[in-house]
Design a protein around this ligand. Structure first.
Ligand code: AHR
Length: 358
């Protein structure tokens, strides 16, 4: 429907241009001008101005999608960006305007306002945090632009502010971590032993952090011999994960388990553990439980430094495209779509790795 309105607006502009031409005006119209140049429609949310330059001017034939990405903090995020960029290509009938928010919500809000000004057909947001979206999404709603949320969820007072969401069940991922750890400790004859745990949390306030932290805490309550020594954010990055793990190792000399809320923080933790002269993984001093299941996590499991990675699937491009195609055809879509995810322990890593797409 929105694209239909755009067509009417375009016809009105064309009629105006033709009538000006008929009045002897020699100036050239730029409506629909094909510059012939291929463009990478990446815009920076740091830009103060939200202008539609010719290079990224919406095309009539293509579905124009403005995508506000969290950043490039992890291997997972890189795979997610790649999935979105390869799906929303011109060859597939899209013009993608991609914005990297560098892990800052204020950049995302700026990007969404730019998308509104550029009158894109659809706005897609992978939100950094859950809260703080009401105002800008109200603006998108008033502009008549459907908003699709991908990966993490948002917490808004009015659900009509977004059309659909597709992503992971982060709470379930937290449950999966406890289930795996309980089974593992049992298999090692350590079910009754005191178990000391530290957690490297993701970006505080993101669904991935909230779900994994809460899911783990909820299910861990059933194990009275488990103690959570400390939780601290490593911002989903390898360097911060390493830094926080170094400080945990200085504070506690009896850590049994590290819960890293993504693989990249786990890689940083492994470096910190090894630098401290300790070992980790199936034959090591410290058990490493991680999330994402990216290719490098399989390498770490094969190398014997990581115990398990709980899957979080980043390949959302085709899922978002399916939603857009349905909306464009006037069909209804499910408001919430959860993706199915698995659990990959070290002993399965060598066999599973060749079958993985990221
Ligand atoms: O929201 C998904 C999480 O964000 C992934 O676990 C993490 O690696 C990414 O940065």
């Amino acid at each position: 429907m929105k694209r239909f309105h755009k067509l009417i607006a375009l016809l009105a502009v064309l009629m105006m241009v033709f009538s000006l031409a008929a009045c002897g005006n020699n100036s050239k119209s730029t409506v629909g001008t094909d510059t012939g140049e291929s463009t990478d429609n990446t815009q920076s949310s740091g830009d103060a101005e939200a202008t539609t330059d010719e290079a990224s001017a919406p095309s009539d034939d293509l579905i124009v999608v403005g995508f506000s990405q969290v950043g490039a903090e992890s291997d997972w995020r890189t795979a997610n960006t790649e999935s979105m960029k390869s799906t929303f290509s011109e060859a597939n009938g899209y013009q993608l305007i991609f914005d990297d928010a560098q892990q800052k919500q204020e950049n995302q809000i700026k990007a969404v306002r730019n998308f509104i000004q550029q009158d894109v057909d659809y706005i897609v947001i992978a939100p950094v945090t859950e809260t703080g979206w009401d105002t800008v999404l109200q603006e998108a709603k008033e502009a008549g632009i459907p908003v699709i949320i991908v990966d993490r969820m948002i917490d808004v007072s009015d659900d009509s502010l977004f059309t659909a969401w597709v992503g992971s069940n982060f709470l379930q991922e937290g449950y999966n971590a406890v289930e795996w750890l309980a089974g593992y400790l049992d298999s090692k004859g350590r079910a009754e032993e005191p178990i000391n745990i530290v957690t490297l949390q993701g970006t505080i306030g993101s669904s991935a952090q909230i779900g994994r932290t809460d899911g783990f805490a909820e299910k861990m309550a059933a194990y009275s011999n488990w103690t959570m020594l400390e939780k601290q954010t490593g911002e989903f990055t390898q360097s911060k994960g390493q830094e926080v793990m170094e400080s945990f190792l200085k504070s506690y000399d009896d850590i049994d388990v590290v819960i890293a809320e993504n693989d990249n923080m786990a890689f940083g933790a492994i470096d910190a553990i090894q630098a401290a002269g300790k070992t980790c993984g199936p034959d090591g001093d410290i058990t490493i439980v991680s999330f994402d299941a990216v290719a490098a996590a399989f390498d770490a499991m094969i190398a014997g430094t990581m115990n398990v990675s709980i899957e979080c699937n980043p390949l959302h491009g085709p899922r978002v495209a399916e939603i857009i195609q349905k909306l464009d055809a006037g069909e209804t879509v499910d408001k919430l779509q959860y993706v199915e995810e698995g659990v990959f322990p070290a002993e399965t890593a060598a066999e599973i790795k060749p079958t993985r797409a990221y």
